[in-house]
Design a binder for this molecule. Structure first.
Ligand SMILES: C[S@@+](CC[C@H](N)C(=O)[O-])C[C@H]1O[C@@H](n2cnc3c(N)ncnc32)[C@H](O)[C@@H]1O
Length: 527
């Protein structure tokens, strides 16, 4: 399309001009232009008369700050037109996991007609207005384009003689038909490179991307974060309540920090190991269970992680199997940073691969084998109030996916009302674990990890390997958080359960067919 090409060449003196994200409403079509360039039809944002919203075609280079809109367009297009974006040849996967451009797809369209262009330009600002377009179906340009300070802006033209195209008519059936057969591999690659770039910024061992299924990438709307973000109305407990263990020291014999459960104040609220109660401690425990004030440090406790041997750092069976809350040491503790009661706080230590599954969107795996009880990563996101979670659920853009995780571990014992609980939303902000799928027979489990035993509403959710996991095995957890003994027998071809998901007062959740493929699959999954 000549008018845009002229603009690009002028812009190349200044650098590639860019369309700004906030100026674009959406992208509605794609094509290969007469120069063989992939282009996208942009609908501009702004206050314009109805039906005369400016529209213009742009290359992926010009849309580098709008890649997430391009991705949204391509993902929707794929939903309606899957074959055009399927991988052609898995063998051509480059080592970066990026897609090779398939030469057969780079169809250079024969230039048929040109449009007349009026232009005015200065060093810092150039504008172009388009008169009658010979082929509206293809060469749509509807307004005045300006390049200023390396950014493209556009406005509806008021000049006489400029033909307007009704924006409601775009994309036309002819445009859609052309779009269907027009390659988008350059755009797919750009999007993928942006995701890979973001993954490379993450601290710790590499997180990589692998997709042998199609050309899509994880959503650019999603941002990787290293710590959860507390949103409006969410408050941690008063910082003054956060205290550390005062009687422990870095070297208490074995040079592992905290060593004696009876000395460590961090274990005050940790689960009691009832199997080790004796004649002295049993009566204290009974009083504790009856709700009386007792000295909890007298009761038998356990540290959560092995401190020596092959399994150093892995969860001990008492925590692994019974899933008691884990209380790690914190910055106020006297045991020092090398204390063995600090694992989750040091962050992810295993490599991860975000990969495309055949039928459940993206999933997560590791290239390394994981030991039973080994820490993988936390589930992070925006921590929001219950009311905000309900609002988001109702207004959700993700029809199929659910990323909300309720922080209700301590609700019952602290008599917290459901409306006072917080929820982690991992849809737009989170870590790689946001891509973990559900299995009815999972190989990972989620555990509660707290650094402040007095804070019952804000804590970490940490994933640990529940058994030894082979390299490359998909990492899964049970979304319903059921323990093995709670399992009900599920019959083959069981119909969808009629009751509501437990705890779902509003019945907002959806029931979807579970595709985990486990032998004991429950067949249906509440989302
Ligand atoms: C937390 S996300 C997991 C990542 C997701 N696959 C993606 O591509 O973003 C949860 C969503 O993944 C899909 N999913 C996960 N496990 C599934 C399963 N066993 N069966 C069917 N869909 C599943 C569902 O769409 C669910 O809402």
């Amino acid at each position: 399309m000549p008018q845009i090409v002229i603009l690009l060449r002028a812009g190349s003196v200044l650098g590639i001009p860019r369309v700004q994200l906030q100026d674009v409403t959406k992208i509605v079509c794609n094509r290969i232009n007469s120069d063989g360039l992939e282009q996208f039809l942009v609908v501009w944002a702004g206050k314009y008369e109805r039906h005369s919203v400016p529209l213009s075609w742009h290359s992926i280079n010009e849309l580098s700050s709008c890649l997430e809109l391009v991705q949204e367009y391509l993902d929707n297009k794929t939903r309606f037109d899957p074959p055009s974006r399927k991988r052609k040849s898995p063998d051509s996967e480059p080592s970066t996991n990026g897609h090779l451009l398939n030469p057969a797809e780079r169809r250079v369209r024969q230039k048929s007609r040109s449009s007349s262009v009026t232009s005015s330009a200065s060093d810092s600002s150039r504008s172009l207005a388009v008169t009658e377009l010979a082929s509206r179906d293809i060469d749509v340009y509807n307004g005045v384009i300006q390049v200023k300070d390396d950014f493209i802006t556009v406005k509806a033209s008021t000049e006489p003689g400029i033909d307007r195209i009704n924006s409601d008519d775009v994309p036309t059936p002819a445009m859609l038909s052309r779009a269907r057969s027009s390659a988008t591999s350059t755009a797919d690659d750009r999007i993928r490179m942006e995701v890979i770039h973001r993954l490379r910024q993450l601290p710790g061992p590499p997180v990589t991307l692998f997709n042998k299924i199609d050309r899509s990438s994880p959503p650019l709307k999603f941002q990787f974060i290293t710590q959860s973000i507390l949103r409006e109305g969410v408050e941690k407990a008063d910082p003054a309540t956060m205290t550390g263990c005062q009687k422990c020291r870095p070297h208490m014999g074995q040079n592992i920090g905290c060593e004696y459960t009876k000395k460590c104040d961090c274990l005050e609220y940790a689960a009691v190991d009832v199997k080790r109660l004796n004649d002295v401690t049993k009566p204290i425990y009974d009083k504790y269970i009856a709700g009386m004030d007792v000295d909890l440090s007298q009761l038998p406790k356990r540290f959560p992680y092995f401190s020596n041997g092959d399994n150093t750092g892995c969860l001990v069976p008492f925590y692994l199997n019974e899933r008691h809350p884990i209380y790690e040491c914190n910055k106020y503790c006297m045991c020092g940073p090398g204390c063995k009661n600090r694992i989750v706080q040091h962050g992810r230590q295993v490599d991860l691969v975000i990969f495309k599954t055949k039928d459940r969107g993206w999933g997560l795996k590791s290239t390394q084998g994981l030991r039973q009880g080994q820490f993988i990563d936390t589930y992070r996101g925006e921590i929001i109030t219950d009311a905000e979670a309900t609002r988001r659920e109702k207004a959700t853009s993700s029809i199929l996916n659910s990323y909300l995780y309720s922080l209700d571990k301590f609700a019952e014992e602290n008599e917290l009302k459901p409306e006072d609980l917080y929820v982690v939303d991992g849809e737009y902000f989170g870590g790689p674990t946001r891509f973990m799928n559900h299995s009815c027979e999972p190989n990972c489990r989620q555990y509660t990890v707290s650094y402040n035993k007095h804070d019952v509403r804000v804590y970490e959710i940490a994933f640990f390997a529940y058994r030894n996991i082979e390299p490359g095995e998909e990492l899964t957890f049970d979304y319903l958080d059921k323990d093995e003994e709670e399992e009900d027998e599920v019959e083959e071809d069981a119909p969808p359960p009629s009751q509501e998901k437990p705890g779902d007062a509003q019945g907002e959740t959806k029931l979807v067919k579970c595709l985990c493929g486990a032998k004991k699959c429950r067949k249906w999954l509440w989302m």
